[in-house]
Ligand binder design. Sequence first.
Ligand code: APR
Length: 227
Amino acid sequence: MKHLVVLSGAGMSAESGIATFRDSGGMWEQYPIEDVATPEGFRRNPQLVLDFYNARRKAAFEAKPNGGHIGLAEMEKDFKVSIITQNVDDLHERAGSSNVLHLHGELSKVRSTADPSSIYTLTPDKPEIHIGDKCEKGSQLRPHIVWFGEAVPMIEKAIETVNTADILVIIGTSLNVYPAAGLLNYANPDTPVYLIDPKEVNAHRQGIHFIQKGASEGVEELRRSLK
Ligand code: APR
């Protein structure tokens, strides 16, 4: 089976009702990045940051996978599929994808501010954490999210995965944020690359098959092209 590697971003979940970050009306227009998505922001106003992620988490729990997520899960019949997502929702998993790597963390998880290996999973019936919610050893819990300025622990594994791709598919990412955006450079020069996005995205690589569509329609077209 050929190894199909997918790099997905916020546009993957747009049709599930989750706002992207940099489109007009996107998340970063409403909430300054430095306030809600940096370690300094968390030190300055932890409650604001917890509230921001509590709201994102509730929205993600309520969202449903769209045709794009489902189409990719179905492709496991014909390909070995590895998904590398910048998204912190779990819509790929809920659509049935079995191999998903989260580069920027996971909304459904929280961890100890003192011990990064102390990770807890939240559920839709208890989707929030607050100041005073602590790990077993008594340290405050924080979202299990990679903030700007923090290391991206899964990047090495992601590089290895892209390295072994027979086909690379990029969906719904503006390719603005590194190191994720640089993953494309680790694909073999002769690996075909497909890019699904309703807007033009500059991927800095020759010969990309551009499918200028939203995720659901785009994945359908990808499947037809690969038949
Ligand atoms: N289907 C596919 N793509 C879409 C759709 C759709 N229905 N709607 C919008 N898009 C595209 C946009 O055209 C844009 O290219 O999704 C992309 C979203 O880009 P960003 O908002 O920049 O999101 P992303 O690239 O995932 O951001 C990367 O930045 O803020 C951080 O940590 C956050 O993981 C995130 C990272």
